[in-house]
Design a protein around this ligand. Sequence first.
Ligand code: NOJ
Length: 557
Amino acid sequence: MTRTAPWWRSAVIYQVYIRSFADANGDGVGDIAGIRSRLPYLKSLGVDAVWINPWYKSPMADHGYDVADYRAIDPLFGTVAEAEQLIEEAHRHGIRVIPDIVPNHTSDQHAWFRAALAAGPGSPERERYVFRSGRGPGGAEPPNDWVSCFGGPAWTRLPDGDWYLHLFAPQQPDLNWQHPEVRAEFESILRFWFSRGVDGFRIDVAHGLVKHPELPDLPPRQEPAVLGPLISRESAGDRPRSHVDHPHWDRDEVHDIYRAWRRVADEFPGDRSFVAEAWADSPERLAAYVREDGLHTAFNFDFLMSGWDAKELRTVIDDSLAMLGAVGAPATWVLSNHDVMRHPSRYGRRATKRWTANEPYRPDGPADLELGTRRARAAALLMLALPGGAYVYQGEELGLPEVEDLPEDLLQDPVWERSGHTDRGRDGCRVPLPWSGGTAPYGFSPDGASAAPWLPQPEAWGELSVAAQTADPASMLELYREALRLRREHPALGDGTLAWLDTGESVLAFRRDPGFVCVVNLSPEPCPLPAHTSVLLSSGPLADGLLPPDHAVWLAV
Ligand code: NOJ
């Protein structure tokens, strides 16, 4: 079944955060030429596809998530011609290419927004965005109480008196998806890139496009950003598991948009596919995005947010497989991305409490990176053995930790400013990759580069570089390479189902047919292995045939 099913049901997709992947022109910022030069690396790693964070023309107020022109590549990254070359060369390496599409908002420098500003209140140009008069005397209060995911109100007032909505930074005005021109424009943008050969899109803030037509205040007793994305600045505590009719997140009407997008994807040959960045308050709500006439897959953030806890992980795995299975969609698994603390640093905190997406950046205590790395190795084997597809965030295959001590004057994430310097934001997981050598820029930029990497790389990163880890059988990189190789070759892995083995509360063990078992020891004691014919791969050495704590193993049975 796995072999004939469409690729996206079992793909391992590598996330390229383009600014930080590889810098070919020496300006300290990664670019398309850099990605092209590293395709052999991606091939040798063994991934099926790359998802590339936004590469479009952008003033970079949110590092590309503020798009000024969806049909142009930002000069920092290259040109459309280079993007076409990349797509072609990646395909020659057997690697598919999935750009990011950002439909919830544009940049304030987008031609439509500039036209809206110029045309003034009440103009048709303003109808493509969400402009309103304010409340209170003189309209001096925002139209409602919505908050920006980056902190502060979700409304900004213009000198002409109108307010406009931005669920993120003020430089990211929200589009009005009730407007037919907005719908038509995005379908045209999809066709522009599909016809240049891209294999799909990652959809940014997929759950946010449709707003309640009356823009009511947030419901009482609901945490304002409870369904917001990871970087949402409001603490949600324990998230409720029942859907509320939220005025701007996860509204039912959003699915009409994706039904139309699916028809666009289906116009093109070769299994083009979408993955939704959708935050839903339950696996049921998430499953609604991936119907047969809707999107293909969605990120499963519940897995990423789980603590290192067997019971919690098992619940998330079971719920995800049940809900997605019910609609015939494959699960996807993800441990890290460009919005969250890297997982060796998360798992290196002894507390195994649920790490909620909506928490501001406030780690409790210092990270024990040895512990975190041990767990990250085990987590990789868990993730890559689960049924469905998986995402690998660049640098996770090198075991990079979060850089938690970036000097404050170098922080660039808008969250830092918008939070009044109370939240350091996401720069710590976006530090440029170390490729080789003992000193910065560690091969990220070429010799003689004109500028230093846009964020400084830590001193010890030479040991973590691709060159240092290559051919070292104990390295994280070789663990990923071997896991991906086995995953490609083993008929039990990828799409399909699993059956749990009874190994007690703190050990996760499941069987996949034919002949494969994965065991993850989350208990404090070494655990015995189920009957097996051989050990295929383990995250660290076994001790007298026992699996040590925080280790995982793949067995042939
Ligand atoms: C989610 C993206 O992953 C994040 O990086 C971005 O800031 C927001 N969406 C806004 O586009």
